[in-house]
Design a protein around this ligand. Structure first.
Ligand code: NAD
Length: 270
């Protein structure tokens, strides 16, 4: 019997910021790690293969997901952008990926949804996985589509998904908002490992944040995933106060969960 829950893992967005943080740890919990991006990649790990593919091509997604058990999907438009970019990478791309997973009998998808699915909630409200979407951007809308798609593929085809509403995944918090929203790279890796190892996820939504003192979410409906964050953004508060001074509580950076995404105008008007 295999020592891994899933022998063959596909990582999309492997050339990106978070993909790069995950390659080594994923190579350690799989027999084969297939790393992919539309950008060029160089093989780094013993059991890794690299394949260049674009999410907007259904044919490329079909070949990419052959013989794969579990997908860690980090690829796509990762911030607000033009409708065309969001549509091609996050909506058409997500559909192509799920159709390919269904046809190739992939068992589980773990993917990066976002805080921007719920970005319009005021920060005075603590959110959980049952909070209704309130997207704050084209980008946030596309992530709501992704979560609905994941629910549909679980209900109809029994393809499991964990949708991770990542807040702010960075090496360290860089402003006052991120003191509440930070997800450290170590906690990201332990979250992804928990999503891989959890026995029964159906379609679960979990918030991707570290153990921050000023946390804005409650992961009570995602305890079955077994994620135990360790880092705390509070350790950086003095550094941020020294850099930025004290922030007005009415600054749109800190009035909603989505920060400036919620207060910005329509991207395509710029
Ligand atoms: N970094 C964060 O704090 C954060 C927060 C919330 C959600 N997320 C989500 O996490 C994921 C990874 O974020 P990141 O910070 O690493 O972003 P990133 O932009 O650094 O990486 C995204 C990668 O996806 C690839 N990509 C884009 N469109 C593609 C396409 N059509 N086909 C194939 N590859 C494509 C890009 O080339 C890039 O390497 C994204 O889905 C993002 O929306 C990130």
């Amino acid at each position: 019997m295999s020592k891994f829950r899933y022998d063959n893992i596909l990582l999309t967005g492997a050339a990106g910021a978070l993909g790069n943080q995950l390659r080594e740890s994923l190579s350690q919990v799989s027999s084969l790690l297939r790393s992919s991006d539309r950008e060029d990649l160089i093989k780094k790990f013993k059991n890794e293969e690299v394949i260049k593919a674009d999410l907007s091509s259904s044919d490329e997604m079909m070949s990419l997901t052959k013989n794969i058990d579990c997908v860690v999907h980090m690829g796509g438009q990762s911030i607000e952008g033009s409708w065309d970019n969001v549509l091609n990478s996050n909506i058409i791309g997500m559909y192509n990926l799920y159709e390919a997973c269904r046809k190739n009998n992939v068992k589980r998808v773990i993917w990066a949804s976002s805080v921007h699915t719920v970005g319009f909630y005021p920060r005075s409200q603590v959110l959980d996985s049952k909070s209704m979407p309130r997207p704050d951007s084209n980008y946030g809308l596309s992530k709501v589509f992704g979560e609905s798609l994941a629910q549909y593929y679980w209900d109809k085809y029994k393809l499991e998904t964990v949708s991770i509403r990542i807040y702010s995944c960075l090496a360290e918090p860089k402003d006052h908002r991120i003191l509440s929203t930070w997800l450290s790279y170590n906690d990201l890796r332990s979250l992804i490992n928990a999503c891989i190892n959890s026995s029964n996820v159906k379609h679960s939504i979990i918030f991707g944040v570290s153990d921050n003192d000023s946390i804005l979410i409650d992961n009570k409906y995602a305890r079955h995933i077994g994620y135990k964050p360790k880092d705390n953004a509070e350790d950086y508060r003095n550094k941020i106060n020294q850099k930025d001074g004290y922030i007005d509580s009415k600054d749109s950076l800190v009035t909603t969960h989505g920060g400036y995404f919620a207060s910005a105008g329509h991207f395509d008007d710029n």
